[in-house]
Design a protein around this ligand. Structure first.
Ligand code: ZN
Length: 281
């Protein structure tokens, strides 16, 4: 099952790529708010799976918003692919990866124009994003997928100077400029993948491949992250987890690369879709 946020309304995306308005198709059983549905996700998933949906309407991807527009918590994980840890020059995490947030004002939909912070070194990080569909507190790894509503594509856009400044690095601010957390184009439920633990992800800059990896190479898988994070705090319905990026970020390349005025970044995950960001000085 695939859902999306189309002009601020919750829709189901049919196999033919058209959109069905949930509030209309459910006769008001479920509302139009794309965020509110996560608090009733198991009920919604059952209804959507069992219903004979009407024909959908075509739409423009530029009208898609964030699949999760107003989460209560955004958790983001760093250093979660071996090859990216190596290019970053850090030691491998053992029991817990670094965890930070992307403040929710940075969240957007999949097709956007992003303003580059003046004097900054802005970089890309394609990531698998998991969305919580059922409260998770002290959940075992084996049960973790049952708490995940679905997966989407995310870009953890990062301004490296502010990310690494100060006596202790403060990742969250440098990763939270407006537009620095594009997500989408849709949310895909775990049962829609042959193997939700093994998906190709990558990104290209002006058509040149920059990152390409597979989520089976995550040091802490989605279930492991749900277990580790929920051991500390409750993960709430509609919470968002950025799971980390594979190798190929601009900071880790030689020579180093950074985003510039006019650049177009396309990020994808197999079976989900793509994000498209244009950068402006
Ligand atoms: Zn990241």
């Amino acid at each position: 099952m695939r859902t999306a946020n189309l002009s601020g309304r919750l829709v189901l995306i049919r196999d033919d790529g058209t959109a069905v308005d949930v509030e209309q198709a459910s006769d008001g059983l479920f509302g139009a708010d794309p965020q509110a549905v996560y608090s009733r996700w198991p009920e919604f998933h059952a209804w959507a799976t069992d219903s004979d949906l009407p024909a959908g309407s075509p739409f423009d991807v530029r009208d898609l918003g964030a699949p999760v527009p107003a989460p209560r918590q955004v958790l983001a994980v760093g250093l979660n692919y071996r090859d990216h840890v190596v290019e970053s020059g850090f030691a491998l995490p053992d029991t817990l990866p670094p965890v930070f947030t992307k403040y929710i004002s940075s969240l957007t939909g999949p097709v956007t124009e992003v303003r580059l912070p003046e004097g900054g070194h802005t970089d890309w990080e394609v990531e698998l994003v998991a969305v919580i569909g059922k409260e998770a507190y002290r959940v075992a790894e084996d049960d973790a997928w049952l708490h995940v509503a679905g997966l989407t594509v995310g870009q953890d856009i990062s301004e490296r100077i502010s990310q690494l400044a100060g006596p202790a690095p403060q990742f969250s601010l440098g990763k939270s400029y407006p537009g620095f957390a594009p997500t989408g184009p849709c949310l895909v439920t775990p049962d829609a993948f042959a193997d939700p633990d093994d998906l190709e992800l990558g990104c290209s800059l002006n058509g040149e491949e920059m990152q390409k990896g597979r989520t089976r190479d995550l040091i802490f898988s989605v279930p492991a992250l749900v277990a580790k994070l929920s051991a500390v705090l409750p993960l709430l319905p509609g919470d968002v987890i950025f799971t980390g990026t594979p190798a190929g970020v601009g900071l880790g390349r030689s020579p180093q690369r950074r985003l510039a005025d006019g650049d177009e970044l396309v990020s994808y995950i197999e079976g989900v879709g793509e994000l498209r960001q244009t950068f402006r000085a």
